[in-house]
Ligand binder design. Structure first.
Ligand code: DQA
Length: 147
């Protein structure tokens, strides 16, 4: 089974980026934890990070037919990218949106996610654990499909 993980803009700076908000864990640390958890379940992860909206859209289009599910942290694009929302809303595979921080507890402009309404669900506020919970959620959704 293959699952895709997409990290949006500025997440490559984790570790040094606003550690009071995002913690000190690096993106590489998160990817390694995800890979370890996935490997235990015999799942192969395709992991990508981009600071460019169009690149993220290209990956969604390109990989959605060859992976079983997607975990996405659209980062700042969460709050305004109708283009990423449109790419996600065209998918028939499970997609879970994750955020390290609790976006509802932050500035007003972060309260709204334009992407959340077109995915299966959102996990927000658990630091790097949000990604691990996101992986669990996608697996849960896929297992549910087999019933
Ligand atoms: C974020 C929250 C967004 O508001 C912010 O723009 C990010 C990271 C999070 O993971 O908490 O870049 O998606």
């Amino acid at each position: 089974m293959k699952i895709m993980v997409i990290h949006g803009p500025n997440l490559n700076m984790l570790g040094e980026r606003e550690p009071d908000v995002y913690g000190t864990v690096t993106l590489e640390d998160i990817d390694n934890m995800l890979k370890k958890n996935a490997a235990e379940k015999d799942i192969h992860l395709i992991i990508k990070q981009s600071n460019f909206e169009g690149e993220i859209i290209n990956w969604i289009q390109q990989f959605s037919s060859s992976v079983e599910g997607i975990i996405i942290n659209p980062a700042a694009f969460t709050h305004y990218s109708v283009a990423i929302r449109d790419a996600l809303s065209n998918l028939s595979i499970p997609v879970v949106e994750v955020h390290l921080s609790n976006i509802c507890a932050r500035e007003d402009f972060r309260h709204r996610s334009v992407t959340a309404p077109v995915v299966q669900g959102q996990i927000s506020g658990f630091g790097f654990q949000s990604y691990l919970l996101g992986l669990e959620a996608v697996i849960h959704l896929l297992e549910g499909k087999e019933d």
